[in-house]
Ligand binder design. Structure first.
Ligand code: HEC
Length: 141
């Protein structure tokens, strides 16, 4: 019985010790260097539709990187809270996942169909958490 209690204590201590994550990029760097280019590959896929195995492979890589980047946003101190932030990051994971599945199936229409869902993920989080997002003046005027 005492041994069992010890195992429980050890499990609790382990569960509470900090995860071995080592964040490399800050939020802005993740957005600009990972999320922006990989999502553009999905948003603008019709401009240069994949023509061969190599093109599909690049698209798969972008979609998978984008989907997993949603998980990066939930990591440790990157998560601004455990409520809407996590929900918004999950929207990105779901949209990226749908794009990845479509790319694996080499289904261009299905990739295009993810656009609205993906756009909603970006905008929902930006409206809630990106400073000055709504107050910024439109670029073209
Ligand atoms: C879970 C929240 C979240 C999601 C989802 C999200 N972003 Fe962001 N994004 C942010 C935050 C917070 C900032 C402000 C970062 C800062 O300035 O420190 C930001 C800033 C940016 C910036 C400006 C970076 C800079 O420093 O100029 C770009 C570009 C960007 N996001 C692109 C995207 C795109 C494209 C998507 C969707 C494919 C997306 N983001 C999804 C939270 C999110």
């Amino acid at each position: 019985m005492r041994k069992l209690a010890l195992v429980f204590v050890a499990a609790i201590v382990l569960a509470q010790s900090p995860a071995p994550f080592q964040p490399v990029g800050n939020m802005s760097q993740l957005m600009i260097d990972v999320i922006y280019p990989t999502s553009d590959a999905i948003f603008y896929v019709e401009r240069t539709p994949p023509k061969n195995e190599q093109d599909w492979s690049v698209l798969r890589t972008n979609a998978l990187t984008l989907a997993e980047s949603g998980n990066l946003l939930m990591m440790g101190t990157r998560a601004r809270d455990q409520g809407d932030w996590i929900k918004d990051a999950k929207m990105l994971v779901d949209a990226g996942n749908a794009a990845y599945k479509a790319a694996r199936a080499k289904d261009l229409n299905a990739v295009v169909a993810v656009n609205d869902q993906l756009y909603a993920a970006c905008v929902t989080c930006h409206q809630q958490y990106r400073p000055n997002y709504r107050t910024r003046l439109p670029e073209k005027q």
